[in-house]
Write a protein that binds this ligand. Structure first.
Ligand code: UDP
Ligand code: MG
Length: 311
């Protein structure tokens, strides 16, 4: 890293079908960074958008030297886009923010000041969740409650909006995981951390890229990528079954020796159904982890870059 990069802030913006936001987002961030006299570069990572997102990034990069753009060969997901941005960042620190300005750019300045004071990780914490549909909030709260419990990291109001020092960036880049969960990993790496609350803004243009289905998939993927606890549920189930079989076993033996053993057809059916579903459920959990191991072991890259611009 050369001297001029000593203070440089890299702003990483994953963008998926955000053609209408690229310009606005860039100019908003630029105005605020210029006012605060923070040297910066912006890295837009186009996550395989199907609209004009990349072409807008490309035109911006011709006009402004602060803009760099990457384009994925297809949609690889936000986590991959974040890691591609980290890999590309030249700054002494970086901030990850959403393209839809739901993460207020003014907070970046406060984060940067905290970094100047010596903090290495500055987490953006949602002061409120903004306006979202009730089903979505119930699911999100459930997911964060489970994942906080499993990972021992309080994630209830966590977001991807954070600042990372160069050391933290390098630590993250060294992780060989193919399915990283950025939000939790950035806490897991440690370093001198502080947090800063921010108000989630309304999305002005476009729509959220998440459907309920994709959120559930995201939740399962991230819980299993961070914790083996679901497999302990299988052990728990086994324990309960053992207790159950002791009670039922003693009762059956008693019946047998006292000569009243012919009843109990309902019990047999119930047991069959219960054992059958418990077994299938357990196999499913184990199978899920095996498929994750399979995915990791193939060692495919997290993303493929097809185009780049700027610099
Ligand atoms: N995003 C992405 N790849 C995806 C989905 C989303 O890079 O597959 C980006 C998106 O462009 C935005 C950010 O991730 O900058 C957050 O997405 P969105 O606003 O749709 O999510 P929400 O704010 O509803 O959680
Ligand atoms: Mg958003």
């Amino acid at each position: 890293m050369s001297i001029q990069h000593d203070k440089l802030l890299s702003v990483i913006i994953p963008s998926y079908n955000e053609q209408d936001m690229i310009n606005t987002t860039f100019h908003t961030v630029k105005r605020i960074m210029d006012e605060a006299a923070i040297p910066f570069e912006i890295i837009f990572v186009d996550d395989g958008s199907k609209d004009l997102t990349y072409s807008n990034i490309f035109h911006l990069s011709k006009e402004y030297s602060e803009v760099k753009g990457l384009s994925f060969s297809r949609n690889f997901g936000k986590e991959s886009a974040i890691f591609a941005g980290l890999n590309e960042a030249k700054g002494a620190c970086c901030v990850i923010m959403d393209c839809d300005l739901q993460h207020p750019p003014r907070t970046i300045v406060e984060m940067y000041r905290l970094w100047e004071e010596g903090y290495e990780v500055v987490e953006g914490i949602k002061a409120s969740r903004g306006r979202e549909n009730p089903l979505h909030s119930v699911c999100a709260n459930g997911f964060y409650a489970i994942i906080s419990k499993l990972t021992d990291i309080d994630m209830t109001n966590a977001s991807d909006f954070k600042l990372l020092d160069r050391q933290a960036i390098d630590a993250l880049l060294e992780m060989p995981e193919r399915a990283p969960f950025f939000r939790a990993l950035s806490s897991w790496i440690g370093f001198k951390t502080t947090s800063i609350p921010f108000e989630v803004q309304e999305r002005t243009v476009g729509t959220s890229k998440w459907s309920l289905y994709s959120l559930i998939k995201y939740a399962i993927r991230n819980i299993t990528s961070f914790s083996g606890a679901p497999m302990q549920i299988v052990t728990g189930l086994g324990g309960i079954m053992l207790l159950f079989s002791l009670v039922l076993g003693i009762q059956s033996l008693y019946r047998y020796f006292s000569g009243t053993a012919l009843e109990g057809f309902t019990t047999v059916i119930l047991l069959q159904l219960f054992i059958g579903s418990a077994l299938m459920f357990s196999l499913g959990v184990i199978g899920h982890y095996i498929s994750r191991i399979y995915d990791e072991i193939k060692r495919r890259p997290k993303y493929i870059i097809s185009k780049r611009c700027g610099d």
